[in-house]
Design a protein around this ligand. Sequence first.
Ligand SMILES: Cc1cc2nc3c(=O)[nH]c(=O)nc-3n(C[C@H](O)[C@H](O)[C@H](O)COP(=O)(O)O)c2cc1C
Length: 385
Amino acid sequence: MKSVAIVCADNLTTNRQAADGLIAEKLFQPIKIGGLELSNRIAMAPMSRYFCADGTPHEKVSAYYSRRALNQVGLIITEATYIGHPTAPSYEGVPYFAGEAALAGWAKVRAAVHAAGGKIMPQLWHTGSFRNSAMAPQPGVPGVGPSENLNAFTGHPEPTKAMTDNDIIEVIEAYAEAAEAAQRLGFDGVEIHGAHGYLIDEFLWATSNRRADRYGGNRRERTRFAVEVIEAMRSRVGPDFPISFRYSQWKQQDYKAVLGETPGELAEVLEPLVDAGVSIMHCSTRRMWEPGFAAENDMTLAGWTKKITGLPVIAVGGVGLDRPGLNAAEVAPLDVIEKPLARNEFDVLAVGRALLADPAWAMKVKQGRSDEGVGYSKEQLKSLF
Ligand SMILES: Cc1cc2nc3c(=O)[nH]c(=O)nc-3n(C[C@H](O)[C@H](O)[C@H](O)COP(=O)(O)O)c2cc1C
């Protein structure tokens, strides 16, 4: 009896390795998307790590990213990094993408990732109404958003300010400067953090954008701020520099929130971003294999995003993580991506926690050793390895 059970377990492992192997073969093909040439289709999802006490990326940050690049991650999307405007920062330990020291630190990170054979783009961040006004470099500067007092949604105790036209001009300029700096420092593109309820998303979402001027109104009108950010960046970096835009239906203060209830409504939000000059869409979901619009069919949100925009799409959410039936320390099989991959619903797969947990996750997947992976746990957030 005992030996039969062992044979079955071995067979299961072998079948799983074979299935994962076929998927891995497709993922580890070189690909060109939106002007970016990648050695494979695995990206590291942007993940804030809060290890840059003075806002400057240091050697451990270089080692952290280049370790993943060395282990077969084709594209690193960095942790969110603050644009150079006093209203942008909220949390300690987040690096800036502005100022001499921080940019010198980023130049070293970029060089280390390139030396390891990877590509890298910074994710540019303004925290909007999530701002904690005690944050340097200008404590006392209040949080800003499309409308006032959105802190009621964010849970921050302090009132926030509705942006004036002048605030908008200044913040757009800070985004453009950051994009120009990324290009000057040799990065392979930039990603705009337009997701999860932060500043840009606050403009897109009806609940947080109650403006009566040209930055508010219907879905298309609410994209104006994002559109002007993209246009300003595009005019500074030229037509070919990759600009990725990360969006999400969900907001961190409301997982059920949506920008569009239907594909048609979502198109009203995404189309203006494409016209403004985005080259890649990054569609942030919590489980990438779930249907984007359950009332329609089983196409993923990444698939809908590709269909609506015609742009290359990065999918993300829940890949490589423990699921029911697995041991806590075991890495999940890749079966969830099989269908959307076969249907060409995404171009690149971003992976967050599985890669945070195990720098060699992608290498192990490529070599059919994913069952040797290390499972994710919150304990791992305490160090940068
Ligand atoms: C520790 C941590 C930090 C994160 N920080 C960011 C961030 O800075 N910017 C962002 O767009 N998403 C952030 N996310 C979301 C991830 O990019 C990703 O979308 C999410 O973890 C789902 O992917 P996964 O299931 O592969 O982890 C973060 C997630 C984690 C776990």
